[in-house]
Design a protein. Structure first.
Lengths: 188, 188
């Protein structure tokens, strides 16, 4: 398994990565993905093909790396009022994005290579967002599920449905969350 | 989405399917998968390449179809004593098989195509086995989880771990099952 460290920001390696990722991104928007090749990406990113082969191995690995990067969250889950509502909103958005054509293609790219580093990165991003919500609930003293409960009983069933069945709708997501929410001990 | 009916057993279509599947299976054992091509498969299966293109579209779709067929269970879950123990044994075997190199490759093949028919077939096989266990529990009057509980809280977390994290070990599988088992109402 090849695990690549994030390059030092601003260094040559980071610039190569940014320019290759941008080239792949632009080409996937503009052309059929069957036509995207490493020589074309190299030309557009202004690097040599061997730079790409040396760093990513092959096209599939590069596509998996680009897909994982695009799944990196840019903002924390929105604050809506209660943390339960934040979880609800964030999870519905997660399910929508992952179920979309672009989302499914990114998951396919990430899962289609034997190297699991990008898949683990993708799960790491999800856990990072859930940890923000858990910390928020602790601060406010709201009862909240654990990370394991959220990953096992909300995220996993959503991902299984997207990959092997039908994408879950908002009702389904709400149901998964309800079943994992601890009831407040004292109701006033 | 292309959904293909199972061909009539013994008919020409079924014979073509069996011979092409067998050829793919043998070639995947004997050679590097990067060297497996439709013309070579056609030659080995004694059909024309156009027969394969017409029926499966492309190599990825054919590999997904072969992988899904190989996941079709040949026997019912073994009877071990209690249905809970049957579930335990079957689920551990499921997790082991899916986590193995061959299992992961089959899942990759199934998920790497945009057509979701084979992924749904794969989920259908899992549900079929779980239904056998549910019926067995009903017959014996043993308390047992529902199909939805088993799919959401046992199968989905196992598959998520295999795809995005680390394959679950036997303890992890046991934990997932424990948390979903209804306690017997009357303890004597």
């Amino acid at each position: 398994m090849v695990s690549r460290e994030n390059p030092r920001p601003g260094g040559r390696s980071a610039r190569v990565q940014a320019s290759v990722h941008q080239a792949v991104h632009d080409m996937l928007v503009a052309m059929d993905r069957a036509e995207v090749t490493i020589p074309l990406i190299a030309q557009r990113a202004n690097v040599t093909p061997s730079t790409i082969y040396r760093r990513w191995g092959d096209l599939q690995e590069l596509l998996a790396d680009v897909a994982a990067s695009r799944l990196q969250p840019e903002t924390e889950p929105a604050k809506t009022g209660s943390v339960r509502a934040d979880l609800q909103a964030w999870t519905e958005q997660y399910a929508d994005e992952m179920s979309s054509g672009a989302g499914r293609q990114m998951i396919r790219d990430i899962l289609s290579v034997p190297d699991t580093a990008n898949a683990e990165k993708c799960s790491g991003y999800t856990q990072q967002q859930l940890r923000v919500l858990i910390a928020r609930a602790q601060e406010r003293g709201e009862p909240f599920p654990t990370l394991t409960e959220l990953m096992d009983y909300v995220i996993s069933p959503i991902m299984y449905r997207i990959l092997f069945e039908q994408p879950p709708n908002a009702d389904c997501v709400r149901g998964l969350i309800s079943r994992v929410m601890p009831e407040a001990v004292v109701k006033s």
